[in-house]
Design a protein around this ligand. Structure first.
Ligand code: KG4
Ligand code: ZN
Length: 411
């Protein structure tokens, strides 16, 4: 009796599985399929996606561990690692998707901005691939892809405000369409992730038992949880500049000077873990977070003053590696709650570099028929490429003063 039931259940399960796979197969066949390839910095990523945004297969090779050991990205090393891994990563994504090269509708690849040597590997591989398989090619702007990834996860209509904060970028933009952006502010020196990575390195956090295998930004976030930010007071950057640009280099100098002072006080050599690392981490994180929050607050007020955001469900999307920082998210939530915006942060794995975000941007372009090239066209990579129309001067001219707002995070 029991055996019969079990086999009947098994039979039902097998039947359902067959139906499901048939549906999935039909869906796959009726939908256009895009292969996305990312190599702009230190991740070699590939993904196959259908037109609905369903990820059919993906693969990601991170170089982060290698670069962490050398204390930063060495472009020639990044290039070598991309060259060594790209074939395998693309093959894995294709195999996992069960899609053949001939079934692809297009190949989308990051061509700007990024490290020249890294971009070159992805582009060279992709151009050979599209020529061999005679597929259309869709060149992708890395920052546009970051900005629009959220639309793969939920319906977010244009226009919406985007904050991108990572190890290489720091910018605020208004997304008005898949290829229509207004740049409201950007960093004048370094990006917040870069600053936190450098502070972490200067503090030798790699020697800390909680931080040996993680990025500088993650280390700062973890240590800050047990720190008192009020033990170190760093001057907030750009307080007298009423625009939406960012600057983090000055903060890094202040932190470095405080570290030096503490080392002298404690009579220890550079490279020794200080007793106050948690407090320094907390103060650094808070200053970075408040700076980002204030520029974002001003961007929101600017967009409202110029009637650039919809009255129904205005949204702020936050992405990039630094967006996974919970403290920064909480401070941004204070800003969005005060201004009546909806805050959206994609899950961390979609905030950082990967092939999926590139495939999705390819899908969006394919759907709208924008920027699709034939496999015979010449394409070059562009290490420097602005995002959209730069209206930072107009934002500065508006000189919006922020109303007082307490940026205090309570757990
Ligand atoms: O987007 P991403 O993976 O690569 C690019 O920079 O394009 O971002 C990596 C950056 C690194 O600087 C890392 O320290 C930072 O994001 N990061 C964080 C956190 N996780 C990663 N920064 C602050 N808090 C975090 N939890
Ligand atoms: Zn990125």
């Amino acid at each position: 009796m029991f055996a019969y039931k079990a086999s009947a259940q098994q039979g039902t399960r097998m039947f359902r599985a067959k139906i499901l796979s048939k549906c999935a197969f039909r869906r796959k066949m009726s939908s256009r399929l895009v292969l996305g390839i990312e190599t702009s910095c230190d991740e070699t990523g590939a993904a196959v996606m259908d037109e609905t945004g369903l990820i059919l297969g993906e693969s990601l090779h991170s170089q982060k561990e290698v670069h962490m050991k050398t204390g930063g990205i060495i472009p020639t090393v990044a290039q070598r690692l991309h060259r060594e891994n790209i074939g395998r990563v693309v093959q894995e994504a294709m195999e996992r998707s069960g899609v053949t090269q001939s079934q692809l509708s297009a190949v989308a690849t990051t061509v700007k901005p990024g490290l020249a040597l890294s971009l070159g590997i992805g582009l060279h591989f992709s151009l050979n691939f599209v020529k061999l398989h005679q597929k259309p090619f869709i060149p992708i702007h890395h920052m546009e892809a970051h900005a629009l990834t959220v639309r793969m996860l939920q319906p977010v209509v244009f226009p919406f405000l985007v904050l991108l904060v990572s190890g290489g970028h720091s910018l605020l933009a208004l997304a008005r369409g898949i290829d229509d952006f207004l740049l409201l502010g950007q960093t004048l020196d370094e990006a917040p992730g870069d600053t936190m990575d450098k502070v972490a390195r200067r503090l030798s956090l790699i020697k800390h038992p909680k931080c040996s295998m993680i990025s500088g930004g993650q280390a700062i976030e973890i240590l800050a949880r047990d720190g008192d930010r009020l033990k170190f007071l760093f001057k907030p950057p750009m307080g007298a500049h009423y625009d939406c640009n960012f600057s983090f280099a000055g903060l890094r100098n202040q932190v470095t000077m405080s570290i030096q002072k503490k080392e002298e006080e404690e009579g220890v050599e550079q490279g020794t873990l200080l007793s106050c690392v948690n407090d320094i981490a907390a103060a650094t994180q808070h200053t970075v977070a408040s700076h980002i929050a204030k520029r974002t607050h001003r961007a929101i007020l600017f967009c409202k003053a110029k009637d650039l955001l919809p009255s129904c469900n205005p949204t702020l999307v936050v992405s990039g590696g630094v967006a996974s920082n919970q403290y920064i998210r909480k401070i941004l939530k204070i800003v969005t709650d005060t201004t009546g915006l909806h805050l959206l942060c994609p899950p961390s794995k979609f905030c950082t570099d990967n092939g999926v975000m590139i495939a999705w941007n390819g899908v969006e372009r394919l759907r709208e028929g924008k920027g699709i090239l034939s496999h015979t066209e010449e394409v070059n990579y562009e290490p420097k490429a602005p995002l959209g129309v730069n209206i930072t001067a107009e934002v500065k001219e508006a000189a919006i003063k922020l109303p007082p707002l307490k940026l205090r995070v309570t757990d």
